[in-house]
Structures are given as C-alpha cells and as structure tokens.
Design a protein around this ligand. Structure first.
Ligand code: SF4
Ligand code: SF4
Length: 344
C-alpha cells in the first residue's frame, strides 16, 4: 500500500497526467448537474461534487453497446455470419468516483461474472477500469446505508481512496491497479500527522442510517410476493423508469438488431423492468402486464431475490437517486421497512 498527498490543485493535475496512460473520466458540471465525462483539454473537473445525477454505471456497462455485426449482402463472402464488433478495452480511470458508486460495480459483478455465465464485455471492461474515489463527509439526506455501502469511508469498491483533509487529499492505494495508477499520479510524501488524521476520520452525524432489512432473509418469498402491500406501494407509480435508469445497480437490458441497408448491428441497450414492453412475449402474453406486478418485481428483485440468491446484502448501495428522482415519491427506504416488518 502506498500513500501520497496532493493539494486540491495538484489533484486536478494528477488526473490530467494520467491521461498519458489511461482514458480518464472525471466529474464535471453540465448545466445544473454533475456527470462523468472523458477528461479532455479545457475541461474543469469538480472533485467537490456531491453526487452525479446519473450514476457512472455506463462507463463499464454502456447504455447502448454494439455487441455483434453482420452483413446480409450476399455478394460479401462472410454474409450472414455474426462477428464481434470492435470495442475499446484500453485502460480507463474513473477519477473522483464516490465510494457508493464504486461498490455498485461489485453488486453488479455477481450477475455478469458467475460460474455459469460470464459476460465477456462486462468482465473485460471492469478489469480495465481503475476506480479512484473520494471519501468525504458530505452525504445527503436521501442516502442510506446498506450491506453494500456503510458510509463515506467504506472503501471496499475502490482501487485508490482519496481522503479529503480540507486543504488537501491523502491518497491510499488499495489494489494492484490502484498501486499502478497512484505511481503514475505523483504526489508528495505523507507525514505521520497526515496519516494519523485520516485514521481518525469517521462518518459525521449526517452519515446515512440503514434502511431496515435485517428480517427480510427469513421471510417466505411467496408470502411477500402475495402481500397486499404492493397495491399500496405501486398506487402512484407512473412507470416512468427514472428510478431504474438512474440506479447504479440496475442491470436490465434488451437486445435489438438494427439494419442499415444490408449491414446489421446487434445492440445491447439498457431497459427497465418498469416498462410493460420489457416482459412482453412474442405470443402477446405479458407476465408482468400490470403496474403492480412491475413495481413488485423491482423491489422483490432488489430487496429479496438478490439477497436470497447471492447472500451479499440487498441489490442497492443506498445512493438515494431513485428517491430523489421519483415524481410520485416512492421511497425504497419505506419499502424496505414494509418488507422487513411484513407478517402474513
Ligand atoms: S421513478 Fe417512481 S414513478 Fe417512475 S417508475 Fe420508478 S417508482 Fe414508478
Ligand atoms: S438507492 Fe435507489 S438508485 Fe440508489 S442503488 Fe438503491 S435502488 Fe438504486
């Protein structure tokens, strides 16, 4: 493990310097909101941001990705043969990511990299990504703690942790990838006093409280499924899908073919379990044709099925984006409470 110290200006220069060896993504303010974008000349990264509106999930799991390509032009020797589309797996750094967003990749990884199923595109891009994250006591009131995110100093998803000491950051490498990135970042040696200061950092009184989920594991899945509470929870939902598109741990996707003249692309595109089309079968049958079925599925998947299947907590890092974005104030913390207190 290596530690280095950076003034706030020096940190921006360090991120800039990494561009020689990595594609570097940084938080920048665009209009009213922050978002991660490729660091280019003239960009002004803002590492003091609190939360991006959209999570950085798309940097490893793109919103739209060309998987395969083909030609139906019979004059071509390889017509009707699927070929993998070119992809960029060059090393990338997500610089300034917050710890909850870094943990979200671990939450998703259990779905894309399993013994039975290995998603090559996810695996290669995750392996090529170094997560340099900022640990600071500025979490907002919509956030909450889960097994997969306990607070501002939860560094489990990071390769390098940057501890904010007010006028400077102390960087600590946590993995081999992090060691390599930190070596390329430069920085000053860390004093004993600075090391002691980061050891003393603790979540402040505004640190997120846990949503209650401790009794959900013991509930019988079919009892929860059949509960009448879902009508109440789903009542106001307009199935806009904002919660799922902004969520760093939602992974639903659709596969579509697009043909331009005689050349085709097979695309993987984010989808949402909140949309009726998502589960519509070619026969016309829809197993989740009603709104209440879709809302129930979203929460059962995140809070019960994932927990039962992987035993790694709930499928949520408590970022609060879905709470902020929902136009009808459906709050996952309340749903956790209802499920936790459910009795048949
Ligand atoms: S953001 Fe709210 S209204 Fe929109 S789909 Fe999600 S729960 Fe329903
Ligand atoms: S708080 Fe909402 S948006 Fe954030 S990880 Fe949990 S379910 Fe997803």
């Amino acid at each position: 493990m290596t530690t280095k110290s950076f003034t706030k200006d020096a940190l921006i220069k360090a991120a800039d310097g990494l561009r020689k060896s990595y594609r570097v993504f940084v938080p920048v303010k665009v209009g009213k909101f922050h978002e991660f974008k490729l660091f280019e000349d003239g960009d002004k990264p803002d590492f003091e941001y609190r939360k991006t509106r959209k999570s950085p999930k798309g940097l490893i799991f793109p919103q739209s990705e060309r998987m395969l390509e083909y030609s139906i032009d019979e004059h071509k020797p390889d017509h009707h043969i699927m070929k993998e589309s070119p992809k960029d797996y060059s090393p990338q750094v997500v610089f300034g990511i917050r710890p909850y967003d870094a943990m979200s990749f671990k939450v998703m990884d259990v779905n894309f990299d399993t013994e039975d199923y290995k998603d090559p595109w996810w695996i290669k891009r995750y392996a090529a990504t170094t997560l340099v994250g900022i640990c600071r006591n500025d979490l907002d009131s919509k956030m909450f703690a889960t097994e997969n995110f306990s607070g501002p100093y939860d560094i489990r998803g990071l390769d390098v942790a940057l501890y904010d000491l007010g006028d400077k950051y102390i960087a600590k490498s946590l993995t081999e990838k992090g060691e390599k990135a930190l070596a390329a970042m430069g920085g000053n040696d860390v004093s004993a006093a600075e090391l002691a200061a980061i050891e003393k950092l603790t979540p402040d009184t505004n640190a997120p409280q846990a949503a209650p989920t401790d009794k959900i594991k013991e509930k019988v899945v079919n009892d929860l499924f059949d509960s009448t509470m879902w009508e109440d929870i789903a009542n106001g939902c307009i199935n806009c899908g904002a919660c799922t598109f902004l969520c760093p741990t939602c992974w639903c996707f659709d596969i579509q073919d697009e043909i331009h003249k005689r050349e085709g692309d097979r695309l993987r595109i984010w989808d949402s379990c909140m949309f009726p089309l998502y589960t519509l079968h070619a026969s016309g049958h829809n197993p989740r044709g009603k709104k209440v079925q879709r809302v129930r599925n979203r929460f059962m998947h995140k809070i019960k099925y994932y927990l039962d299947k992987y035993e790694k907590g709930i499928m949520c890092v408590g970022c609060g984006r879905c709470v902020e974005a929902c136009p009808v104030n459906i709050d996952i913390r309340r749903v956790c409470e209802l499920m936790n207190n459910f009795t048949k």
